[in-house]
Design a protein around this ligand. Structure first.
Ligand code: URA
Length: 208
């Protein structure tokens, strides 16, 4: 399933991100804000329970999150930009990292780092990467996650997706729900999303 978030705040912030003169400081801030808004949607169906609490006036049964803390999985390095905003909304979440780089000739994802929190089989995982372009990185990261950590469920959160990337991820991992702020026209010959926003990692970290 693809959850395309068309909320006006998300769309406005996404348009600001796309503008080529947006500087890294503002770019990071916008990514942060979009991440918070997307997290609000992604966590909509987290299981709830009730616990007894004391207000200054009386005791009451109050709603409380029932799940073990979710695991946020950042695909390095651009995923870290999104991670910050998600963590602001779910500060108790545990964090895992998967390091992948894109081979410039084949556009295939090569893994160089993998580190997860404990008890992953009891956690809901939210995988974050700003750009779902060819889908190779997302597919490789989620395959590694399933094989080595087997979380209870997996969601994928990104800012921009190309139709090719969505198709590739759905073909390989039909169980993974995708939440995305924008779905663009396609990929150019270098595997960049167009109209897109350029290289998300470079724009977050000012490495252009
Ligand atoms: N990664 C990016 O950062 N941008 C793209 O357009 C595609 C992949």
């Amino acid at each position: 399933m693809v959850n395309h978030i068309t909320h006006p705040l998300v769309q406005h912030k996404l348009s600001s991100l796309r503008i080529k003169t947006t500087k890294p400081k503002e770019f990071r801030q916008l990514v942060n804000e979009i991440a918070m808004l997307l997290t609000y949607e992604v966590t909509r169906n987290l299981p709830m329970t009730e616990v007894e609490i004391e207000t200054p006036l009386m005791s009451m049964n109050a709603p409380w999150l029932a799940c073990l803390k979710p695991a946020l999985i950042s695909i390095l390095r651009a995923g870290n930009g999104l991670l910050e905003g998600v963590l602001q909304v779910i500060p108790d979440a545990k964090v895992g990292h998967i390091g992948l780089y894109r081979d410039h000739d084949t556009l295939q994802a090569i893994e160089y780092y993998f580190k997860m929190p404990n008890k992953m089989e009891q956690r809901d995982a939210i995988v974050v990467d700003p750009m779902l372009a060819t889908g190779h990185s997302a597919v490789a990261a989620i395959s590694a996650l399933k094989e080595r950590s087997n979380p209870k469920s997996i969601q994928f959160v990104c800012i921009l997706a190309a139709p090719e990337g969505i198709k590739e991820l759905q073909r390989n991992h039909p169980d993974v729900e995708i939440t995305v702020a924008g779905i663009d026209q396609g990929l150019n010959k270098n595997g960049y999303i167009f109209p897109g926003l350029g290289d998300a990692g470079d724009r977050i970290y000012g490495t252009i």
